[in-house]
Design a protein around this ligand. Structure first.
Ligand SMILES: N=CN[C@@H](CCC(=O)O)C(=O)O
Ligand SMILES: [Zn+2]
Length: 402
């Protein structure tokens, strides 16, 4: 994308982009107009706001002790099966107040936004029981109403099988109790959930339970977007294609048939480079997916296992470890991620009529946003959501970013 050609643009009152083009053309077009604020972007680049297609940002209790265990050789599933991992976070999240959860979540969203994310998918899934899942979803709903960042919310009550239940019992509970409650809350206007997610994995939810939960979610109007083929080949990709899922995340262990099916069904792949990196998993086959025409998106997967807020770092990892080009990584972290959330008509690119979500960086080459690993803190000059500056980085002006 020729972002360097984009010299000036204007945002209308409704927060949407009014025009895109050469500075002199636009200057003529709007010669009589007045502006609340004009930002001179000479020597800078304007990019679409980044879209993070996969996060778990509402929780209490960090897992730094487990990071040490993993460095010492324990695997993700060994820790999970011993009652740690997601179970540890569930216990702490169940005990946390709604206010505590909201405050930490708000802070995390600010850090994501300051790293350039303007639209973020946010999952529940550390409650597992109905009461705590609803507590998490209320926290997300409150942030949707009050924070200057876009949020797409996901019910992930099937993130793990709760202690004391079998997977079948948990599946029945979700279908018979959780989903009807979500439907009721949507009708009353209290909570609007956008997507449904399941952790389809050996020892968690098998393919049949995943199918039942996703189908029931689809029946109440949720978009399907689930974890699959991460640690073991599960035929999750094939299931996603069959059910008309918007996306399947992870896919380190996807089959060849699964890739073909996803391409045909326009079911996107959400790749999560932080998780593959920190768990030292086999890298997902991004190149094969791209070559076969799968819509590839990226997510930070921010969670207590993979503690990363930054989509610029995610793009860097995708380029180095998954062999994506910088153009592919940027598309995956903007328009393709917006597609995953059902929002590519309004988000994910700089086009007239789309929402004015932008990142302005202090470099004349946009590629610096990916190239400078961890350098985004000094490089991102402004973050703009719906035409309003929501983050302005004073440090940026004084620091050299070259
Ligand atoms: N794999 C399942 N869920 C998360 C991890 C959640 C956790 O460990 O707390 C993921 O996407 O990596
Ligand atoms: Zn996840």
């Amino acid at each position: 994308p020729a972002f360097r050609e984009l010299l000036l643009q204007e945002l209308s009152q409704d927060g949407c982009i009014k025009a895109v083009g050469q500075a002199d053309v636009i200057r003529n077009q709007f010669s009589g107009a007045t502006f609340e604020r004009i930002i001179d972007c000479s020597g800078k680049c304007v990019l679409p706001g980044l879209v993070d297609a996969h996060t778990h940002p509402v929780w209490a209790g960090d897992r730094v002790h487990e990071f040490a265990m993993k460095l010492a050789g324990a695997s993700y599933m060994e820790i999970h099966q011993a009652g740690g991992g997601i179970h540890f976070t569930v216990e702490h999240t169940q005990n946390a107040t709604e206010e505590e959860l909201f405050n930490t979540f708000k802070h995390r969203l600010e850090r994501m936004r300051n790293a350039g994310s303007t639209l973020v998918e946010c999952k529940s899934g550390y409650g597992l029981n109905l009461e705590t899942e609803l507590k998490m979803l209320r926290v997300i709903e409150r942030a949707k109403q009050s924070m200057d960042i876009g949020i797409s919310s996901t019910y992930c009550g099937a993130h793990s099988v709760p202690k004391g239940k079998t997977a079948t019992e948990a599946t029945d509970d979700i279908i018979n109790n959780h989903l009807p409650k979500l439907k009721e809350l949507k009708l009353s206007g209290e909570i609007h959930v956008n997507n449904i997610d399941v952790f389809c994995e050996k020892g968690v939810f098998d393919l049949e339970s995943t199918r039942r939960i996703l189908q029931a979610g689809k029946n109440i109007g949720l978009q399907l977007n689930f974890h699959g083929d991460e640690l073991h080949p599960m035929k999750s990709a094939e299931l996603g294609a069959e059910l008309g899922a918007r996306a399947v995340s992870h896919l380190e262990e996807v089959s060849d048939e699964g890739i073909t099916a996803m391409a045909r069904a326009k079911c996107a792949a959400v790749l999560l480079p932080t998780t593959a990196y920190m768990l030292r998993l086999k890298q997902p086959q991004a190149r094969k997916m791209l070559d076969e025409g799968v819509i590839v998106a990226l997510g930070s997967d921010f969670n207590p296992n993979a503690y990363c807020f930054s989509m610029p770092m995610v793009m860097h990892l995708a380029c180095v470890n998954m062999k994506m080009s910088m153009n592919e990584a940027l598309a995956a972290a903007t328009i393709n991620a917006a597609y995953v959330l059902g929002k590519s008509d309004t988000h994910g690119s700089i086009e007239t009529g789309k929402q004015g979500d932008l990142v302005i960086i202090n470099s004349s080459r946009w590629e610096h946003l990916i190239y400078q690993f961890g350098g985004h803190e000094a490089l991102i000059n402004y973050v703009i959501v719906k035409g309003q500056v929501v983050y302005e980085n004073e440090r940026c002006e004084t620091m050299s970013s070259y």
